[in-house]
Ligand binder design. Structure first.
Ligand code: ADP
Length: 381
């Protein structure tokens, strides 16, 4: 074996995925495997016998003498050091090198194994790319969220403005109808009175619808305040009954009350009245004449920190599979037994949002043809 005999390498090393190079202390390359030659894009003959600095370059000619060689002299080995090889094409190739310097046949020889770090590079590139993409996505997400928030604010502002604009002429219609009914513009005959009654009913229906829309817009934009206080449930019921009594009487319905006088809830009185009125109005709309609507209240069965205010009716009922949907905006159940009733499908969704806004909830139970129970759960006051 001659000192610069490239063929002397074990053929097994040529098939290795790692580059292999062996050089003397003066830097002259003794052996190199085919993998290393491939890495550098050179013929093996271009490497054997040349100075190692021409191969293990990091752009500085003195690298071998100043770094690699002193390291080897000092420790006898160099573990996992990061090097850049300059390929013939000029490309830098990142490698991880393990080298050992030992005496063999009276000569100091360094054997180095070089592991190409292409995969690590690809991995790092991919990581960088992914990081950049994630940053971009975050920016895009923030942008989209801002657009959505702006749109939501604009929608709420628009609804609030429109509700106001619509309510003003509607109130004017109501007012002028009342004046005509009072005979301010001359006597009113029965047919005219009947027509005026229809105008009033339509005007009030539209007004309710607009109020509901406004409420929903306010709730959705989180612009609703709750004035939470310990309120008497009995007082709330007593204040609500006069508002619903005429409607119950007109539909031929009885009502029953079972509310203990000392039961209190931690809630916004006005909102509870609004919810209760909505539930009572539904009960009266969906209960055929001769039926009964009852209001009852008690401490919650499952927690003495909560109270339950229930509205029970003997009405048409709601199919089980629709019980959750009715709390969604604009959902109404088609029920052949129910007379065609007016409504927007907004009442329950507004009521539930308000109950939740006070730390409570609304739950429903029903059996078709038997009746429904709506339960307002509130914190005990
Ligand atoms: P609206 O009554 O204005 O249609 P709601 O949100 O208050 O809107 O109610 C949604 C739907 O739920 C009603 O249209 C009706 O189909 C059903 N519903 C509500 N309350 C009752 C009830 N007490 N009995 C039977 N169905 C009811």
């Amino acid at each position: 074996m001659t000192r610069h005999d490239g063929d002397a390498i074990d053929p097994l090393l040529d098939g290795e995925p790692c580059g292999f190079i062996s050089f003397l202390d003066d830097g002259s390359v003794r052996v190199a495997n085919q993998t290393l030659a491939n890495m550098l894009g050179r013929e093996r003959e271009e490497i054997i016998g040349k100075h190692v600095e021409g191969i293990l370059t990091v752009g500085s000619r003195i690298f071998y003498q100043t770094h690699f060689f002193p390291l080897l002299r000092l420790h006898g080995h160099a573990d996992e050091i990061f090097l850049l090889l300059r390929a013939k094409s000029g490309e830098d190739i990142a490698v991880l090198a393990n080298a050992i310097r030992r005496e063999r046949d009276g000569e100091w020889i360094t054997d180095a194994v070089l592991l190409r770090l292409v995969e690590r590079r690809k991995f790092e590139d991919a990581l960088l790319e992914a990081k950049r993409a994630a940053e971009l996505a975050t920016v895009e997400l923030k942008h989209q969220r801002k657009i959505a928030e702006d749109a939501n604010r604009a929608k709420s502002a628009f609804l609030a403005m429109m509700s106001h604009e619509l309510r003003t002429p509607l109130n004017a219609i109501g007012g002028y109808v009342q004046l005509i009914e009072m005979g301010v513009h001359g006597p009113v005959n029965d047919a005219q009175r009947e027509a005026l009654g229809r105008v009033t009913r339509s005007q009030q229906h539209l007004l309710r619808l607009i109020n509901d829309l406004l409420n929903l817009a306010r709730i959705e934009s989180g612009r609703i305040d709750y004035d939470l206080q310990a309120i008497s449930l009995d007082e709330v019921v007593q204040a609500t009954i006069p508002m619903i009594e005429p409607q119950l009487a007109a539909r031929g319905l009885r009502y029953e009350l079972n509310v203990p006088p000392d039961l209190r809830a931690q809630a916004d009185r006005e909102k509870v009245e609004q919810i209760l009125l909505n539930l009572l109005s539904n009960a009266s709309k969906f209960t055929p004449a001769g039926g009964c609507v009852s209001i009852e209240a008690e401490i919650a069965i499952d927690s003495d920190e909560m109270v339950e205010l229930r509205v029970r009716d003997t009405g048409v009922g709601i199919p089980k599979n629709r019980l959750e949907q009715i709390f969604e905006p604009f959902v109404q159940v088609e029920n052949s037994r129910a007379a065609r009733v007016e409504g927007s499908g907004l009442g329950l969704s507004i009521s539930r949002e308000m109950a939740r806004g006070m730390g409570g909830d609304i739950l429903a139970e029903s059996a078709v043809g038997v009746g429904s129970t709506f339960e307002i759960r509130l914190r005990r006051g």
